[in-house]
Design a protein around this ligand. Structure first.
Ligand code: NDP
Ligand code: 8X3
Length: 249
């Protein structure tokens, strides 16, 4: 039986790579994002019976609902929700961070994620489906400048565990994937368009790739139905932990 995945944030990075991974494996994929011109090539590559583009801003619940209501018949029964769309905005310490940046992260990483999850839960329960939420190591380990971004990802991880608890006995699987550093458009977005800063961060660091994370998403989704990966933390070998800091007089 052909299964259907809805993958948010499919115009770039992890989401785009995941669309390729699932479509190549024979899944039907609903690929979402704001940049329609990035989604159309995915439809062209696999055909409209395999990939459906749903263009909307995840923060716009009306547009989200319209896109879901307009799903073609072959894509209407969703077995897997991959909540991947998200972003960091800024690296400034909290005391000088932009409140607008914080609100953008909360609206996207938290409010939109719970809205879409709430909308799809009834059919995921009916179909004994699965949810894979993309969190981050930033939600587990604090670092300077991580402030609200880390807070949103901590929410994603804890919300996912709460879903696991509530969905007990339903057969629905819930997984949080918590990646470390991966080279995507993430840092260009975080720095409001500073490609040089992004290149500087990743050069020589052997970061993970979008394909690395897409493979983890696909692996989690492909496990036997009686197995649930609760959380999956994955980093490049080049990244690890630093110690506590102490301010002295
Ligand atoms: P990218 O910037 O490459 O991709 C982000 C995706 O999210 C894009 O497709 C973008 O689509 C979508 N998106 C962002 N805001 C919105 C919105 N308002 N409405 C609809 N879609 C939106 O980054 P990554 O692939 O790296 O990030 C994917 C996820 O992984 C994010 O949740 C991120 O926090 C997380 N993550 C990333 C890590 C990294 O190091 N790269 C590490 C850990 C977690 P569009 O702009 O076209 O709407
Ligand atoms: C992104 C990973 O380490 O840049 O979620 O915060 S990190």
């Amino acid at each position: 039986m052909t299964r259907t995945a809805l993958i948010t944030g499919a115009t770039s990075g992890f989401g785009a790579a995941a669309v390729h991974r699932f479509a190549q494996a024979g899944w039907r994929v609903i690929a979402t994002g704001r940049r329609a011109e990035r989604l159309q090539p995915l439809v062209d590559a696999y055909g409209p019976e395999r990939v459906h583009a749903a263009v909307f801003d995840v923060r716009d619940s009306v547009a989200m609902e319209a896109a879901l209501a307009a799903l073609p018949a072959g894509f209407a029964d969703i077995d897997l929700l991959v909540n991947n769309a998200g972003l960091a905005q800024g690296t400034a310490p909290a005391q000088s961070a932009s409140l607008e940046d914080w609100r953008t992260m909360i609206d996207t990483n938290v409010t939109a994620l719970v809205t879409l999850t709430h909308r799809l839960l009834p059919q995921l329960v009916a179909r004994k489906g699965a949810i894979i939420n993309i969190s981050s190591v930033a939600g587990v380990y604090p670092y300077p400048g991580g402030n609200a971004y880390g807070g949103t990802k901590a929410f994603v991880s804890q919300f996912s565990l709460g879903l696991r608890s509530d969905l007990h006995g339903s057969g629905v699987r819930v997984t949080t994937i918590e990646p470390g550093m991966a080279e995507t458009e993430f840092t260009v977005v975080r720095t409001h368009g500073d490609q040089a800063a992004s290149d500087k961060l990743y050069t020589g660091a052997n970061p993970m790739t979008a394909d690395d994370i897409a493979e983890q998403i696909f692996w989690v989704a492909s496990l036997p139905a009686h197995l649930n990966i609760n959380r999956l933390e994955v980093m490049p070998v080049s990244q690890s932990f630093a110690g506590f800091q102490v301010a002295r007089d």
